[in-house]
Design a protein around this ligand. Structure first.
Ligand SMILES: Cc1cc2nc3c(=O)[nH]c(=O)nc-3n(C[C@H](O)[C@H](O)[C@H](O)COP(=O)(O)OP(=O)(O)OC[C@H]3O[C@@H](n4cnc5c(N)ncnc54)[C@H](O)[C@@H]3O)c2cc1C
Length: 458
């Protein structure tokens, strides 16, 4: 395929030769005027490193690489105007933080030395070291880092797009609806409150239940709890994948009378009758459906790899960018890496996981470029974290390896217990670490602190 640069130089040559034969003043003036308008977003068409996606993962990598490789050696292809710190949305939905604190203009977080290409990648051609953008332009690279996040499939639940944001139906998984959660929690006067969790993988698999704990406490404070039937519907067979934290969560659900419904998958909303329809995925009733009336419904839609990745040579059978789970290097294309939610890494998809992934990926990529002694860290061990907010002032700080499902706790105390300290850390300190350090490539997770703190405690 011809790039737009190639097309435009071909056009100039053709114009010159045509002009030599017959001079047409009107057309000449129109062409001259068009040529004098600066090309919107004009940028080079070739880079040392192209990063696809300016979310948590893309910027954590692009910032270090652009500082190291210098002006315009790194391009970030990112179509969005706004960058969101999505972990704050649980607090926003619970009315515990303003939505404004979760967002910044993309131009303010984009690394200064990187070239921001404000377009979406449409296709990959890894054999030719090229990506094609939505506008048809082709960009070439020496190295590619894919960090395009996960696709939230809102239309996979019948009627969800129409129902969302109205009559008690909400979701913390969208910038457009997250403030509705707070509104509908406050408006709730009793009845059935349903919280859903789709089949994994999704981003932050703890978030579907965190908002339930917050809502339950708020309804107790508002004296409507005795009129509320609170039910959690999960497509999975456990409340959490790590036994240590699951045990504590089960105790909390029992104590606070939160109903647990396993192997149930929301497939349809009937907004007129305010009913939610679930497929039963296991047990004697497998293959049947159950319909529940709702007064409040917090929905988490199913998610998948983005369609443009699924359709590319970079994907594995499930659609994710197929990378080595320790190095994040592509299994077929040596100069391609991926991290974060769009990658095949078999761990829980969180920003916390990306802190560790980004450090390892940069070690390998910089070693590819400069050679020499390889610095640390060299291997990603599946570290991830899920701050399980269990109320308006408490939290269980789950930290574990998604590869072994064993805890990897930073602090020298039992993190499976609900604590105010870890709640304040998550609500007030980690957002600053995110904006000031992680997005600037200077935070690679708490591994070093873990070693230090446990050296004193062991
Ligand atoms: C409600 C909620 C609560 C959460 N809570 C936590 C938590 O407590 N702790 C935690 O660690 N994590 C949490 N997460 C998960 C965390 O936000 C994600 O795991 C993280 O943002 C993933 O980073 P990413 O860079 O892979 O994807 P994203 O940050 O989603 O960024 C992907 C970027 O790629 C861009 N993009 C998409 N398509 C294209 C394309 N075709 N071309 C170019 N660019 C493209 C997008 O515009 C976007 O900017 C939560 C998420 C949600 C929604």
């Amino acid at each position: 395929m011809l790039s737009s640069t190639a097309l435009s130089s071909f056009g100039s040559a053709a114009r010159l030769s045509a002009r030599a034969h017959s001079f047409q003043p009107r057309r000449f003036l129109a062409q001259a005027a068009a040529a004098s308008v600066p090309k919107k977003d004009s940028h080079p068409s070739s880079y040392k490193v192209v990063v696809v996606g300016g979310g948590s993962a893309g910027l954590a990598v692009a910032s270090t690489l652009s500082r190291t490789l210098g002006d315009k050696a790194v391009a970030v292809v990112e179509p969005a105007d706004v960058h969101y710190y999505q972990p704050l949305w649980t607090f926003v939905g619970g009315g515990l933080k303003p939505f404004e604190e979760s967002k910044k203009p993309m131009k303010d977080v984009m690394p200064r030395k990187a070239q921001w290409i404000k377009e979406a990648v449409a296709t990959f051609a890894p054999e030719e070291n090229k990506v094609t953008l939505g506008n048809g332009e082709t960009i070439s690279y020496d190295y590619l880092v894919v960090a395009a996040g996960i696709q939230v499939n809102w239309d996979k639940i019948k009627n969800l797009p129409q129902a969302l944001g109205k009559n008690g139906v909400t979701s913390n998984y969208s910038a457009q609806s997250v403030e509705k959660t707070d509104e509908f929690i406050k408006e709730f006067k009793g009845g059935n409150a349903l919280f859903t969790m789709p089949p994994v993988p999704i981003k932050c698999a703890g978030a579907p239940q965190k908002i339930m704990y917050i809502a339950e406490e708020l309804w107790r404070d508002a004296n409507v709890r005795s009129k509320a039937n609170i039910q959690y519907y999960t497509a999975g067979g456990a409340i959490f994948p790590v036994a240590k934290y699951a045990n504590e969560l089960l105790k909390i659900c029992k104590k606070r009378d939160l109903g647990l419904n396993y192997f149930t998958n929301l497939t349809e909303i009937k907004p007129d009758s305010k009913e939610a329809v679930f497929d039963i995925l296991a047990g004697e009733a497998k293959g049947t459906q159950v319909t529940m009336p709702y007064d409040f419904l917090h929905v988490v839609p199913p998610m998948s790899a983005p369609d443009f990745i699924k359709a590319s040579p970079l994907s594995n059978a499930d659609g994710w960018v197929d990378v080595n789970k320790e190095t994040m290097r592509h299994t077929k294309f040596n100069n391609v890496y991926a991290l974060g939610d769009c990658s095949s890494l078999p761990t829980s998809k969180t920003a916390a996981a990306i802190t560790a992934q980004s450090g390892v990926l940069k070690t390998h990529l910089l070693h590819d470029i400069f050679g020499g002694e390889m610095s640390y860290p060299r291997k990603y061990d599946g570290y991830t974290s899920c701050p399980l907010i269990t109320g308006t002032e408490k939290l269980i700080l789950a930290e574990f390896s998604g590869y072994t499902l064993q805890p990897q706790e930073t602090f020298p105390f039992d993190q499976s217990k609900e604590r105010l300290s870890t709640y304040l850390l998550t609500k007030e300190i980690i957002p600053d670490i995110y904006w000031d350090s992680m997005l600037k490539g200077r935070w690679q997770g708490p591994a070093a602190y873990r070693k230090l703190l446990h050296a004193f405690s062991d």
